[in-house]
Design a protein around this ligand. Structure first.
Ligand SMILES: C[S@@+](CC[C@H](N)C(=O)[O-])C[C@H]1O[C@@H](n2cnc3c(N)ncnc32)[C@H](O)[C@@H]1O
Length: 242
């Protein structure tokens, strides 16, 4: 029998039990979805409510370049999107975890969140002036990274901008766990992490004119590890015309 809409809405707001999450992975090929749903269901707003320092940095660049609309692939529960939406950018987030998606809709109601995979973009025919993507590209293996970036290119207006941050080879966790592809390690089971050198990152963005790239230190305080600093590689670049 079909559940009423009211009950469905009620159920979707409840944190999932470990049992139902286990069942979900059996029917889902997407280990990222399982990993992040599990984390968000237990830790909720994992990184707190403050945006990453890199979002403030990108905000200034976006203002300088007169950007109006921003796509945020892997938007989580909206801690970064909220910085852009409250600064009057039209902001759209794509998030695979239903749990983060539900938290995000309440936390940042000005952003339009879409619950889906960045590998399945586009979800409509909207194009954007810019993409801000925080620590999501490094979660994929080589083939999927290329697929994701092709989709991002397609989602951008002519001469649109990208601002991506990724784990660099200077991260403290670099080399931890099984190396499943070159510079990609499974430091946590089911979560591959690719560590980017400068050369590697530039190769991923060769269809763009590079404006800036480098390392940004980003502090976090969460979970068992407590306070720690990420050494993230960032890239700010503009789409070249074909
Ligand atoms: C490291 S977290 C960063 C979250 C967010 N940017 C923040 O800083 O608050 C990576 C995010 O990407 C999401 N993600 C992973 N794979 C995805 C996919 N295939 N499509 C959409 N989102 C994905 C995760 O659920 C998670 O929210």
């Amino acid at each position: 029998m079909q559940k009423s809409r009211g009950i469905q809405r009620f159920l979707i707001n409840l944190p999932r039990s470990r049992e139902s999450l286990k069942k979900e992975i059996k029917t889902s090929e997407n280990s990222n979805k399982y990993y992040w749903n599990q984390r968000f269901s237990v830790e909720r707003k994992i990184w707190g409510e403050n945006p990453s320092k890199t979002a403030f940095y990108a905000l200034e660049l976006f203002k300088k370049y007169k950007i109006k609309s921003i796509l945020i692939p892997g938007s989580g529960y909206g801690r970064n999107s909220k910085l852009f939406s409250k600064n009057h950018f039209h902001t759209v987030g794509i998030e695979i975890s239903e749990i983060a998606f539900e938290i995000g809709k309440k936390y940042d109601p000005e952003t339009k969140f879409i619950n889906g995979s960045v590998l399945e973009m586009p979800f409509n025919d909207e194009k954007f002036d810019a993409i801000y993507c925080y620590n999501t590209l490094h979660l994929f293996l080589r083939g999927e990274r290329n697929q994701f970036l092709k989709k991002c290119y397609f989602q951008l207006n002519e001469k649109g901008f990208i601002f991506f941050t990724v784990f660099s080879e200077k991260e403290i966790s670099f080399g931890r766990g099984k190396e499943i592809e070159e510079n990609t390690f499974e430091s946590k089971p089911g979560r591959p992490t690719h560590y980017f050198s400068k050369k590697d990152l530039l190769e991923h963005f060769k269809e763009y004119q590079i404006i800036e790239t480098g390392i940004l230190e980003d502090q976090e305080n969460h979970g068992e590890i407590g306070k720690h600093t990420h050494k993230l590689r960032y890239i700010y670049a503009q789409k070249l015309l074909n």
